[in-house]
Design a protein around this ligand. Structure first.
Ligand SMILES: Nc1ncnc2c1ncn2[C@@H]1O[C@H](COP(=O)(O)OP(=O)(O)OP(=O)(O)O)[C@@H](O)[C@H]1O
Ligand SMILES: [Mg+2]
Length: 411
């Protein structure tokens, strides 16, 4: 019988080995142990899709729960009612007094009524006056959070609030976190953490909507560096009793480009390809790379490409024609399209905000996931028989020196 794969390709699935995030986990360990370090108590984790924001938030929750903290974990959707959902979860925290429970139930009801009148995103966005009306209930929400934090602190515990996909939260709703963070800062004795996870445009959204937002700690979540990639691939295979040969590991790590989702996907294919062997060989790794790329071409790449408007596709095509493997100068893309750089900054920013590209250094852009620009060429240009091989056979696009490791906007 074949041994089940130890890898976990997918989204929001805990990897068998969470590599390269020790410094962040350490910060949280410290923050839950010591009250008063407010900067690391309010964090924003941001980065492109598939880099591991959700699994990190889950680890944060696990660290807090180990210390018996009350944990409120919400994944925002649009349209949705994040505040209502958070109030419901606060109500479910263990050990609350009857009075607190009653107040949270009342708040939930009031919020429900309020959000029915306010929850028309377009109407709310257009009407600044509604925002003023929403403030008293926002203050009630802040008092409720503070009361629960106070209660947990007295109990020698703490309160952690995690909001994932925070870019989906309406700015009016996001703004209610401002007074909460301000109040918590004034009371350093209270143990509480607030952490947001979101796409690369999240820092701007948070600082615009939340009064206290700019004082949060912003942590970009990047692709894994080479050591972490090797660890994330080798560790699970070793533990499951079928280690990699050295050359197989190097080639596979290189092909993933350190993109965490690919680490799990390519690892999984390598595991399947080596079924029945004692070790994972170079031959297994190469077969896995072909299969994983084929899988991505049909799934991940096509899904991302199809969602993009024509202007963004044109930008990416120009970028791919210059290089599919190393960061490209934004000036070169502008030249190729015959436009000034400034005329392309809006389209470039949208691609950065969506997490399709990253800006590894000033004036340069690169694809956030390896192999994507090779795919762009295959769909935008007819294959020329002698000129280039299919990306599924071409590992050069993901050499470690060329990987984008620093998502974020530096230009
Ligand atoms: N540090 C890591 N080491 C190894 N694998 C990881 C790591 N972080 C995430 N992964 C794997 O990457 C995949 C994507 O993780 P996750 O769903 O948390 O990404 P995300 O950033 O939240 O994506 P999205 O923006 O689409 O929600 C999962 O298969 C997960 O197991
Ligand atoms: Mg996620």
């Amino acid at each position: 019988m074949s041994t089940p794969s130890p890898y976990r390709p997918g989204f929001a699935t805990q990897p068998p080995l969470l590599a390269g995030r020790q410094h962040l986990l350490q910060l949280v360990e410290t923050a839950v142990r010591t009250s008063g370090n407010r900067r690391q108590s309010f964090q924003v984790l941001y980065g492109p899709r598939g880099v591991g924001k959700t699994v990190l938030l889950d680890r944060y929750a696990a660290i807090a729960m180990e210390r018996k903290w009350a944990v409120v974990r919400h994944e925002a959707r649009s349209p949705g009612d994040p505040i209502g959902a958070i109030v419901e979860q606060l109500h479910d925290c263990t050990g609350l007094t009857k009075k607190m429970s009653r107040e949270l139930v009342e708040l939930r009801e009031r919020w429900g009524e309020e959000s029915q009148t306010l929850n028309l995103g377009v109407y709310r966005r257009e009407s600044k006056r509604e925002r003023r009306d929403a403030i008293p209930i926002a203050q009630q929400f802040a008092s409720a959070v503070l009361a629960v934090a106070e209660h947990c602190t007295k109990d020698r515990r703490g309160l952690m609030i995690l909001v994932d996909e925070v870019q989906e939260v309406h700015p009016d709703e996001l703004s209610v976190f401002g007074p909460i963070m301000q109040d918590l800062s004034r009371r350093p004795g209270l143990t509480a953490m607030i952490v947001f996870g979101g796409l690369p445009d999240t820092p701007g959204l948070v600082t615009d909507a939340v009064t206290y937002g700019e004082r949060m700690a912003f942590h970009p979540i990047d692709n894994l560096d080479n050591d972490a990639t090797l660890q994330a691939l080798a560790g699970p295979a070793d533990s499951a009793g079928r280690p990699f040969d050295g050359d197989a590991l190097t080639v596979l790590a290189d092909a993933t480009g350190g993109y965490p989702y690919f680490v799990q996907l390519f690892g999984d294919y390598a595991w399947q390809a080596s079924d029945g062997h004692a070790r994972i060989t170079l031959d297994d790794a190469n077969r896995a790379i072909d299969l994983a790329r084929h899988d991505s071409e049909r799934g991940l790449y096509v899904a991302r490409w199809k969602k993009l408007p024509a202007g963004e596709q044109t930008y990416l095509t120009a970028m791919a024609r210059i290089s599919t493997s190393i960061p490209v100068r934004t000036g070169q893309i502008a030249d190729a399209l015959g436009k000034p750089i400034t005329a392309l900054s809006a389209v470039r920013n949208r691609l950065l905000d969506r997490g399709i590209i990253v800006a590894p250094s000033t004036g340069h852009v690169a694809a956030s996931i390896p192999g994507f620009l090779d795919y762009v060429l295959t769909v935008t240009e007819p294959p020329k028989p002698t000129e280039r091989t299919s990306p599924s056979k071409k590992p050069t696009s993901t050499s470690p020196s060329s990987k984008p490791r620093h998502p974020g906007r530096t230009t």
